[in-house]
Each structure stands twice: as structure tokens, then as C-alpha cells.
Design a protein around this ligand. Structure first.
Ligand SMILES: Cc1cc2nc3c(=O)[nH]c(=O)nc-3n(C[C@H](O)[C@H](O)[C@H](O)COP(=O)(O)OP(=O)(O)OC[C@H]3O[C@@H](n4cnc5c(N)ncnc54)[C@H](O)[C@@H]3O)c2cc1C
Length: 397
């Protein structure tokens, strides 16, 4: 699906072609903008992330007509989530609402490829193997394009009215712009995960105990992602024993049943580890630039909401771009911060591991309210017309 760059002048250039960048590219291209999206990673490559989609993400995929791509990948339908608090088990069926009666957890190899393909089908130029290495500036410092490079390519310059950094937590675009977080969370969790077969559990299972949480995420190819999360300090002090020992030790500490199931199943190819990073909010936009996805807003993965956030915020950004003024882009920041602050706060509280099981149960109820409010905000978009601007801003440079 990837195309070669055909022109050096675009309405929008996007760094990053995964859930935030590819979705934004798809939406803008569907509304007639000339979009280039580049990513150094291969199309359909994996990334360091588990992949549980919450209702808001499935809702977006359905609204955009992409749910069939996920279903046809044979990602299993998730029809219930089971919370385990010590010995107590609470099973929550996924209710039918907004046309969503089941959740999914496709591998990123599936989801990100489907989004990149949808962007290309909409007319965006999607080029893998290419990175944004610098930004071009106009006279008043306004961003007016990007310098791109790849391993076997000489750097090229492309002009654009807007450059979007959808380039993840360590965003190079944010770094070049010098945009620091204006809000930083207090806590960070680390996690280790791997893929197992036939563990005999249905749906999502989230297990909580003091100082650790583990869980299961059924995905493509009959595999189940089993993760173990812990405070960053516990990871740092335990990693010397080796990832395997730390992982299996945590599984056994939190759920003897899950540890037993894992011990008797086939897997994992290789365990993967994330050492943790504190959540943050960065400025969302400025003259000629915007940030979306983890580049602009990151929250601890323990609440498994980053992909859902990226799919929602990409539409808010695309709509602000189509509104065609710098004011619409500037307004985005306050609106996004207002939308996500509650989720960031409750995620930080859960990621603290400074709770007992009664408190974490209450925090999960709060998390569910925050997630529902975000689905409501997405649904409300259907009542707002898209802007029709083919030009993004008056070029001030
Ligand atoms: C351990 C872990 C588990 C997680 N589990 C879940 C979960 O279960 N559910 C969930 O919803 N979320 C989860 N998340 C969060 C989720 O992974 C992120 O929120 C999501 O990937 C953000 O998408 P993104 O498109 O913003 O960034 P990314 O997915 O990070 O993609 C950024 C892309 O930008 C590209 N890029 C980087 N630099 C450049 C450049 N200079 N030029 C061009 N491109 C560039 C990269 O190659 C990359 O492909 C998890 C995260 C972690 C770390």
C-alpha cells in the first residue's frame, strides 16, 4: 500500500503512521487534503505495546468503516471483562451500545497496518522507511515543512501548511519544537508481557493485588497476551534476576490460577518489557504544527487506553485542521486537556499502587465513568459538521 512521494508540496505532513498518525492521515485525506505520512518502521511491524481496545476505540473503528478489517483478521471478539481483586471476582459483560457489543485486541501488526492502508486508500501518501529529521521554518518561526530522511535516501525537504508529530512518546517533532510537557503524572508502572496458547480463559481478565497487576488479552492467531505490571521501582530492583523470573514470580504472587495456566501452556516466543514512563500532557498545537497520540498526551499503560485515546484525538485534530484556522488548532489544547484530565488523574492513582483492593475497585468505577464520558464526547462529533477548508491556514511565513 505504501506509495513513493509524488510531490514535495502537501497540505499536511505527518510523522508516524500508527494509530494516531495513520488515523489522522486517513481522516484528512478523506476530506480532500494532500497528506504525506512517513514512518521509519515497516508497514505492519510490531511495536512495544499490548493492544486491548476499549469501547471508544472499537466505536471509532466502526464509525470509520474499519471494524471489518479487524474482524477479518480473526481477532477474537471480547464479550466480557473479568476483574479479580484478591479472591473476589467481578464479571462485566460488554453491553451493546452505539453499535458496539464486543471489544477486540488485534495485534498492532494488524491494527496499524489496517489504519495505514485506510489512509492510503483515502489518498494519503504513506511512506514507510522515512523519518522526519528536522522542521523547516518560515520568517516568523512558523513551521512550513519538514526535512525527511531514510536509511538509503538522501534527505529531502517537503513543504506543508501543517506538520503533525504523531511520532510517539519520545516524539522527535516535539523535541525539535522544544515543546516540554506542561503536566506530568507522579507515578509510572513497568510491564512485562508475552504470548501464550490455550490458557483456557475467555475475554479480558484483569487481576489486582498489592504491588502488582496481571492480565490476559486474547488476540490474533489463537494467542493470549499475558502481562505483568508493577511499580517502576519493583521492576528496577527485580530485573537483575532476569525477566522470566520476575514475570513468573509476579504471576504467581497475583494469581496462582493464572500462573498455573501459563505454566502448562505453549509460549512465549520472547518476553517484552517496558520499563515505565510518567504520563504527561504537551502543548497540542502551534503555528504550523500539531502533536497527536502519545506525542502530545501519554498516560500510564496500566489502564490500557492509549490506542483508544489516539483514535479519538486524531479525529478531534482532523476536525480542527479542517476548520481551517489557527484558532481552531489553538482551542484544541484546552479542549483536549479538559477531556482527558480525569482519565490521566485516575490512571495516575491506579498506577501508584498506593491503594488497597477496596480503593482500586472504586478507582475502576471512576475509570469507567471517565471512559464513558470520552465515548460520549466522540459520539457528539456526529452532530458537528466537518469543516470544508481545503487550505489549512493562511500561510504566515
Ligand atoms: C507496554 C505497553 C502496553 C500498552 N498497552 C496498551 C493497551 O493494551 N491498550 C492501549 O490502548 N494502549 C496501550 N499502550 C499504549 C499505546 O501503545 C500507545 O498509546 C499508542 O501506541 C500510541 O500510538 P501513537 O500512534 O501515538 O504512537 P506509536 O504507536 O508510538 O507510533 C509512533 C510511530 O512514530 C514513528 N516515528 C518515530 N519517530 C519518527 C520520526 N522522526 N518521523 C516519522 N515517524 C517517526 C515510530 O516509528 C512509530 O511507528 C501500551 C503501551 C505500552 C508501552
Amino acid at each position: 500500500m505504501s506509495k513513493r512521494m509524488e510531490t514535495r508540496r502537501y497540505d499536511v505532513v505527518i510523522a508516524g503512521a500508527r494509530c494516531a498518525g495513520a488515523s489522522t492521515a486517513m481522516l484528512l485525506a478523506r476530506h480532500g487534503l494532500r497528506v504525506l505520512v512517513v514512518d521509519p518502521a515497516r508497514r505492519g511491524s510490531d511495536t512495544l505495546s499490548t493492544h486491548a481496545l476499549m469501547r471508544g476505540a472499537v466505536f471509532q473503528l466502526r464509525r470509520w468503516g474499519l471494524l471489518d478489517a479487524v474482524r477479518s483478521s480473526a481477532a477474537p471478539a471480547i464479550r466480557r471483562t473479568t476483574f479479580h481483586y484478591g479472591d473476589e471476582t467481578i464479571e462485566i459483560p460488554i453491553k451493546e451500545r452505539d453499535g458496539v457489543g464486543e471489544l477486540y485486541a488485534p495485534r498492532r501488526t494488524v491494527l496499524d497496518a489496517a489504519l495505514a492502508d485506510a489512509a492510503a486508500e483515502a489518498g494519503a501518501e504513506v511512506v514507510h522507511g522515512l523519518s522526519v529529521i528536522d522542521l523547516l521554518r518560515g520568517r516568523q518561526g512558523r513551521v512550513r515543512g519538514a526535512r525527511l530522511s531514510g536509511p538509503d535516501r538522501r534527505p529531502v525537504e517537503v513543504e506543508a501548511d501543517l506538520v503533525i508529530g504523531a511520532d510517539g512518546i519520545r516524539s522527535r517533532v516535539a523535541r525539535i519544537l522544544g515543546v516540554e510537557p506542561h503536566t506530568i503524572a507522579t507515578h509510572a508502572t513497568a510491564s512485562i508481557y508475552g504470548y501464550w496458547r490455550e490458557i483456557g480463559l475467555e475475554g479480558f481478565h484483569w487481576y489486582y493485588d498489592l504491588g502488582a497487576a496481571v492480565g490476559t488479552i486474547p488476540t490474533n492467531g489463537g494467542e493470549v497476551c499475558v502481562f505483568a505490571s508493577m511499580p517502576q521501582e519493583r521492576f528496577e530492583s527485580g530485573r537483575g534476576r532476569g525477566l522470566e523470573a520476575l514475570y513468573h514470580g509476579l504471576l504467581a504472587d497475583v494469581s496462582a490460577d493464572l500462573a498455573r495456566r501459563v505454566a502448562s501452556s505453549e509460549g512465549p516466543g520472547k518476553l517484552r518489557a517496558f520499563a515505565g514512563a510518567r504520563g504527561f500532557l504537551r502543548r497540542a498545537a502551534g503555528p504550523g504544527w500539531a502533536l497527536v497520540g502519545d506525542a502530545g498526551y501519554f498516560r500510564d499503560p496500566l489502564t490500557a487506553h492509549g490506542i483508544t485515546d489516539a483514535l479519538r484525538e486524531s479525529e478531534f485534530l482532523a476536525r480542527a485542521v479542517l476548520a481551517g484556522s489557527d484558532d481552531a488548532l489553538s482551542a484544541l489544547q484546552a479542549e483536549r486537556d479538559e477531556r482527558v484530565r480525569g482519565l490521566l488523574e485516575v490512571t495516575d492513582r491506579i498506577a501508584s499502587f498506593e491503594w488497597d483492593l477496596e480503593e482500586v475497585k472504586l478507582q475502576h468505577l471512576r475509570l469507567a465513568r471517565e471512559m464513558n464520558a470520552l465515548v460520549d464526547a466522540t459520539r457528539a462529533l456526529d452532530e458537528t459538521a466537518w469543516g470544508a477548508s481545503a487550505r489549512i491556514t493562511a500561510r504566515a511565513s
